[in-house]
Design a protein around this ligand. Structure first.
Ligand SMILES: Nc1ncnc2c1ncn2[C@@H]1O[C@H](COP(=O)(O)OP(=O)(O)OP(=O)(O)O)[C@@H](O)[C@H]1O
Ligand SMILES: [Mg+2]
Length: 263
């Protein structure tokens, strides 16, 4: 079993004139075998949390720690974190010119394996074929340059293809459901669910309870103003869908403000 711990995490970003604190003490512990969901209003720091865990240098940790199996990963570059088993599907996947999707996937898999144990072309193609059919994707998608000209939904489906090929210990999935049609939502959910098991954990950022009908989370967290303000089981997402964030703010005695009052 692997564990990912976020402890009293404070994160700032540098803006033109000042630095602004986005995360103000986030605590979260998850184990492989578990799926956690994070919901929360726009601009409250959900993507910031995922980018910080993965090691994006734009986000500065001013206090607290992120531990993988008890070891701090804050000093590690992104590729080392990836080798240790972390994976991030970004809210806005980047396009890479001149690198085909298949080349990228093979390089990503091999970068995570020791030099004397690189995946063979045959094994790679077999695994690719299996996952393409699970995700109902055409082989042609893997010969195109990574994400270039992909539709919004194709990009998201492709993130899940990467996830299935790489099989990380922990996957941070940032709005993997945004822009998906109803069939694609089911396909993407099927992909994530196929990895569920003792060696896989996922932190799913979403705005919509609907995704959580397909990928039923063990824990749901609500983030507001840079903190996790409430955690519960899958029913918490249903309650939020019904009552909105204003209801929760009232319940928790937080200031009633639906815009980020952080500035
Ligand atoms: N790289 C950055 N440069 C400047 N500001 C940033 C950067 N990343 C995040 N921010 C700011 O930090 C705040 C939190 O952003 P973040 O993307 O984490 O929110 P979010 O909870 O993911 O929102 P959404 O639900 O809209 O995706 C926002 O005010 C955003 O403008
Ligand atoms: Mg976001």
């Amino acid at each position: 079993m692997a564990t990912l711990e976020v402890k009293d995490l404070h994160v700032s970003i540098k803006e033109e004139k000042e630095t602004r604190e986005i995360l103000k003490g986030v605590n979260l512990t998850m184990n492989t075998g578990e799926i956690h969901a994070i919901m929360g209003p726009n601009g409250t720091g959900k993507s910031t949390l995922s980018q910080t865990i993965m090691g994006n240098g734009a986000y500065h940790v001013t206090q607290g720690d992120v531990l993988l199996n008890g070891e701090s990963i804050l000093g590690m570059p992104v590729d080392e974190r990836a080798r240790k088993g972390l994976f991030l599907a970004m809210q806005y996947p980047a396009e890479i010119q001149g690198v085909t999707n298949a080349e990228f996937l093979r390089a990503a898999i091999n970068a995570r394996r020791p030099e004397d144990d690189q995946i063979s072309v045959m094994a790679f193609l077999k695994e690719l074929d299996k996952n393409l059919s699970l995700l109902d994707m055409s082989e042609q998608m893997t010969e195109r340059y990574l994400n270039e000209g992909f539709s919004g939904g194709e990009k998201k489906r492709n993130e899940i293809l990467q996830l299935l090929m790489i099989k990380p210990s922990f996957a941070l999935l940032d709005e993997i459901d945004s822009g998906l049609d109803i069939d694609a939502l089911q396909v993407v959910s099927k992909g994530v669910n196929s990895l569920r098991g003792d060696n896989f954990g996922s932190l799913i950022i979403t705005h919509y309870q609907r995704l959580l009908n397909y990928i039923v989370p063990d824990v749901v967290h609500v983030m507001m103003d840079g903190r996790i303000v409430k955690s519960g089981d899958a029913d918490l997402a249903k309650k939020l869908e019904k009552e909105g964030y204003a209801g929760l703010r009232d319940e928790l005695g937080l200031k009633v403000s639906l815009v980020d009052d952080n500035r």
